[in-house]
Design a protein around this ligand. Sequence first.
Ligand SMILES: NC(=O)c1ccc[n+]([C@@H]2O[C@H](COP(=O)([O-])OP(=O)(O)OC[C@H]3O[C@@H](n4cnc5c(N)ncnc54)[C@H](OP(=O)(O)O)[C@@H]3O)[C@@H](O)[C@H]2O)c1
Length: 282
Amino acid sequence: MKRIDGKKIAEEIKTAVKEKVEKNFKNQGKSVPKLACIIVEGNKASEVYVASKEKACAFCGMESLIVRLAEDSTEEKLFAEIDKLNNDKTVSGILLQLPLPAQLDADRATNRISPQKDVDCLTYENLGKLFSSKHKIAPCTATGIIKMLKHEHIEISGKRAVVIGRSLLVGKSVANLLEQENATVTICHSRTKDMQKITKKADILIVAIGKANYITADYVKKGAVVIDVGINRTEAGLVGDVNFEDVAPKCSYISPVPGGVGPLTVACLMENTLTCAENQEK
Ligand SMILES: NC(=O)c1ccc[n+]([C@@H]2O[C@H](COP(=O)([O-])OP(=O)(O)OC[C@H]3O[C@@H](n4cnc5c(N)ncnc54)[C@H](OP(=O)(O)O)[C@@H]3O)[C@@H](O)[C@H]2O)c1
């Protein structure tokens, strides 16, 4: 069994971004790419995520701008901030940190972002391009998972992949990218019957459900590749959706939590910000 080192792969991606920023922006006398993160206050985990994005921007030599809104902000207020960033020529990418408080509709707000600056590829326009294989960027977490598999030289083409979870942010997006890499993909969700029967056939099992330690060895085929996307805060600390100790001995490769998909999501956000900046130059 190999434990995949997501942190190390993420460092490699960020270093490549940093070099491109230096070569194609700084050394050319151009202003560096800038990522704007909007955070509506009230979610502790979001604060941590935004701080790590800010840190990654600094590492890559890119600018970051954090826009903070009060927890009770109206949609009008949020839209006004998004519009301001859409019209700001110094901003290359906009990320709206989810989840939002109940009075705000995440779908409507995400789609207010200009598709050219939509760094997580979640507007309907960009998802349409993704699902028609016409995309220049894809959602960060899904992109990170594919990069992780490729980094480890894990064959995807012709393999049977099972994705547990069907959110646009993770499940549907990664299933689509796997299919574009010629895997045969099955998506499971909370209404799936006899899920173990399906997951036990997977050569590659991607788990994105948001339930601590839910997937045990009984769900996994011997020799499978298991990628754990889940981030769950428990009394014992941060854990994934996969019961690592139980599942790891059965796998050929497994990604841990923390130190697996999480760092790759941030690294791919940096790459997407750079791509958005390059596209806006054209
Ligand atoms: N590592 C990273 O960078 C990263 C990035 C994003 C998200 N995450 C984490 O990944 C997890 C999933 O995120 P998300 O945004 O996709 O969550 P989500 O929108 O809540 O979606 C969860 C999905 O899991 C399915 N599900 C829930 N319980 C299930 C069960 N017992 N059996 C089978 N399917 C089940 C749900 O099915 P239904 O559709 O039927 O409800 C849903 O499709 C969370 O822990 C989140 O924190 C990590």
